[in-house]
Design a protein around this ligand. Structure first.
Ligand code: CA
Ligand code: CA
Length: 296
């Protein structure tokens, strides 16, 4: 198996960056990832003032996939996420949506699949990848930002078993990923989740002639999921829902009105995160209700 070591990191999605590994269509690749703080939080109560903020949100890669050409779709199947036993979080003034006094960095242990929040509270882990995407064309996009290339999506559904469909904008696609979370709630409201170092194992497949897929797009937990990012939560909620409406019509015999009725009954419009520079919304719809003609 191809393994990319955790020192191969970048802080932007950039087509000018040299690939660190090469894969063939259908290969399985392991990305070793540092946590979003570049592992600077070493102890409970770490002083955030000591943090080098330039080393924030590293993404491991990029992986060049032979045969991937602009206009293709890259399907990334998350096969496994292996976590270290301890993760980090910070709640601090001016970050996230709450009024919090001071800065509070914490380390949390994971035991038997549960986060040990304190002596009483245990939270089941649901590992996911926060940052994942392909290089944009003629552009460099910070790993802090979500967008059409993927990026800092922070969608909790991008976990084990998920299929993520990303655009191929440049030769080889150039896939990067990082920002593993042991668990995250919708919204990621304090600006971080349980931030983990670990390994993400993925299978990469090139899909040709699939302009019908509204990338970035997810199939997870038997849901289709459309994605939108925008500085306005109003705008991205409408965009995510309309993308699903279009997807349903293109992949079923349903009319515009029938699709709308069905989405209003069984579609869930969710805030994925409300704390990044561009906010994120997703629309999920059960695969089983879609009368699908969609080829995965
Ligand atoms: Ca993130
Ligand atoms: Ca994160």
């Amino acid at each position: 198996m191809i393994c990319i070591e955790k020192d191969k990191i970048h802080f932007s999605f950039d087509s000018e960056v040299e690939p660190v590994a090469y894969a063939e269509n259908g290969d399985i690749v392991k990305f070793c990832c540092q946590d979003c703080y570049c592992e600077q939080i070493v102890t409970d109560g770490y002083d955030f003032n000591n943090m080098d903020m330039k080393r924030n949100n590293p993404a491991t890669g990029p992986l060049y996939i032979n045969g991937a050409e602009p206009g293709d779709v890259l399907r990334v199947e998350i096969k496994a996420i292996n976590l270290m036993e301890q993760g980090s979080m910070c709640a601090r003034t001016g970050a996230g949506i709450y009024e919090i006094d001071g800065c509070h960095c914490r380390k949390f242990l994971i035991e038997d699949g549960m986060v040990k929040f304190d002596n009483e509270i245990r939270i089941p882990i649901r590992p996911m990848v926060g940052v994942i995407g392909t290089a944009p064309k003629n552009n460099s996009i910070s790993t802090q930002i979500p967008g059409k290339h993927g990026g800092n999506l922070d969608i909790k559904d991008i976990g084990v078993g998920a299929l993520l469909y990303l655009p191929v904008n440049v030769q080889g696609a150039l896939l990067f990923m990082g920002d593993i979370h042991a668990v995250q709630g919708d919204g990621e409201t304090v600006i971080c989740a349980l931030e983990m170092s670990g390994e993400v194992t993925v299978k990469v497949d090139i899909l040709k002639g699939r302009s019908d897929i509204p990338t970035p797009f997810i199939i997870a937990q038997n849901n289709y999921i459309t994605i939108a990012a925008d500085s306005s939560l109003d705008n991205c909620s409408v965009e995510a829902a309309r993308k699903m409406h279009k997807f349903l019509q293109e992949h079923s015999s349903l009319t515009d009105a029938q699709s709308g009725l069905l989405l209003s009954l069984a579609g869930n419009l969710r805030i994925s995160q409300i704390v990044n520079q561009d906010k994120g919304c997703i629309m999920e719809f059960p695969v089983g209700l879609a009368k699908e003609k969609f080829e995965r």
